[in-house]
Design a protein around this ligand. Structure first.
Ligand SMILES: NC(=O)c1ccc[n+]([C@@H]2O[C@H](COP(=O)([O-])OP(=O)(O)OC[C@H]3O[C@@H](n4cnc5c(N)ncnc54)[C@H](OP(=O)(O)O)[C@@H]3O)[C@@H](O)[C@H]2O)c1
Length: 323
């Protein structure tokens, strides 16, 4: 039955893509295009709906999350505060941080300042943070509370386990308790793949709303993405531009540059759009206000099937980090 459903969803998805064509005019006239199959979760028949019209996805927890955001790994101090505020001023409403990045205080400060300056309201911003293996996951209640204290923005929209660990089930169950008391709205995982998910999911009560994994044209995870999405779990890609130290090679890739030229956009925009059309949420990192703005301008062009195929063919199974 599930196979038939998956086939039908894929079929509807392909029909939708075929109907999109490759020019912006068609996108403007048909705002009902859904680029991702709607997938029933295993639990309460919630539906994950990944939409380009409002730039959000509805998570299996019932909350809406923006589909493009700002990654803050390697942003610290004033640079971090300025970058997060610059993103918020440019309409970015999804911010990804982590205990391990050591910048939750700056992220929280930027959000509080932006609220004070009338740029956003708290409920407009979706903040993701993560707790780390080792001592944090061994003492999950205090680690989670420390994240909340450092961010100091009332509640956290999404908390993830940063990697798997011997205490990951215990840590996840602690996050489930914080969901119950309303301090965390949704929970998920990072760096979990098919084998790890297969083992982990039966051992917890709340199905993760999100899995955040390394995804870029040189490391595409084409086997993992549908496996996660079919469970009603949203996939988010880290290192969407290849990660610092690798982004130049990716941005200068001939195929991506040609496609960018054809649409009069940047290579970064092509890669981010490619992710979105695969139903993958993007969180590019940047401290450059021009890049931050450019990385939000992803909704005025459509990659056609041929262009998607050309980027899909760039996969080298080349991971840019160890986890
Ligand atoms: N869960 C995990 O284990 C994990 C691991 C790693 C990362 N992450 C998350 O994923 C986010 C993204 O990763 P990342 O920031 O390391 O790498 P990335 O987004 O793949 O690439 C960032 C690099 O791309 C450049 N860049 C950004 N926008 C650009 C544009 N429009 N044109 C040209 N260059 C551009 C940035 O430089 P400028 O600053 O000059 O723009 C920076 O050097 C992180 O910030 C973090 O939130 C999660």
């Amino acid at each position: 039955m599930k196979k038939i459903q998956a086939f039908l969803f894929s079929f509807i998805f392909l029909l939708g893509l075929a109907a999109c064509g490759n020019d912006m005019k068609e996108m403007e006239t048909d705002t009902s295009i859904d680029y991702n199959p709607k997938v029933d979760t295993n639990k309460e028949n919630n539906v994950v709906s990944f939409g380009f019209e409002n730039h959000t996805v509805t998570l299996n927890s019932g909350y809406k999350m923006p589909i493009n955001g700002l990654g803050t790994y390697s942003l610290h101090g004033d640079v971090c505060v300025r970058s997060v505020k610059s993103a918020l001023k440019n309409g970015v409403r999804l911010i990804d941080t982590a205990s391990a990045y050591g910048n939750e205080e700056e992220v929280g400060q930027a959000i509080r300042e932006a609220i004070g300056e009338g740029i956003v309201k708290r409920e407009d911003v979706f903040v993701i943070t993560k707790i780390y293996p080792g001592s944090e996951m061994a003492n999950p209640e205090s680690s989670i509370q420390n994240c909340l204290n450092r961010l100091n923005i009332g509640y956290v929209d999404m908390m993830l386990l940063h990697h798997h660990d011997k205490n990951d089930v215990k840590a996840y169950k602690a996050m489930e308790q914080f969901v119950k008391n309303g301090k965390i709205r949704s929970i998920g995982l990072s760096n979990w793949y098919v084998e790890e998910l297969t083992d982990f999911l039966p051992r917890v009560n709340i199905t993760p709303a999100l899995v955040q994994n390394e995804i870029h044209p040189y490391y595409q995870e084409n086997d993992v993405i549908p496996f996660i999405q079919e469970k009603g779990i949203v996939v988010q890609g880290w290192y969407p531009l290849g990660g610092r130290g690798h982004s130049v090679e990716l941005l200068e890739d001939t195929v991506i540059s040609e496609i960018a030229k054809a649409h009069d956009v940047s290579s970064a925009q092509v890669i981010l759009r490619w992710n979105l059309q695969k139903g993958v949420v993007v969180i590019p990192g940047s401290s450059n206000p021009n890049h931050i703005k450019e990385n939000t301008e992803l909704y005025h062009f459509i990659l056609n099937e041929n262009e998607m195929d050309r980027i899909n063919a760039l996969d080298r199974n080349e991971k840019h980090d160890w986890y």
